[in-house]
Design a protein around this ligand. Sequence first.
Ligand code: FES
Length: 152
Amino acid sequence: MTIADRVRGVVEAHRGERGALLPILHHVQEEFGWIDPQVVPVLAEELNLSRADVHGVISFYTDFRSEPAGTTTVKICRAEACRSVGAEQLVADAEQVFGVKVGQTTPDRSVTLDQVFCLGNCALGPSAQVNGTVHGRVDRSRLVEILAEGNA
Ligand code: FES
C-alpha cells in the first residue's frame, strides 16, 4: 500500500468531521511517526485545500514532526505541576545531555526530545515519558539511568 493510499484511509476515517485537518494530521503522525512531505498534496486534494494551507498548519503546530523521530522519544512535561518541581531544569539538563533542543532529534537519530503538557502524573513530577512509558520524579541522573536501562 502506498503512502497516498494509507493517507486516504486516514482521511476516510475522519470523513464528515468538521475541522478534520488537525485530527487527520495527528492520526497521520501516529501512523507514520512524522508528517512526510508526500502527505501534503494528498491531504490538500482529499480535503479540497491548497497545499499552502496544509503546510501552514503543519508548520504552525510544533506537535507535528517534519522529520522521522529517533529510536527513543523522550517527552518532558512542562505543565504547571511539573514546572513547580523543576521541569524546566530537567528540560535544560536533557538538552545538554542529548545535545539537542526540544523538538529536535540527535544527529545519530537515537533520541528525539519533545515536550508535553501533562502526563497525568502530576503528583510525581517532574514527569517524563520515554517511548510511551511515564516516569515520575525524573531528574538529570534518573533520565540518564532510564535511557541506559533501555527502560524506554
Ligand atoms: S503537570 Fe506534569 S504530569 Fe501533570
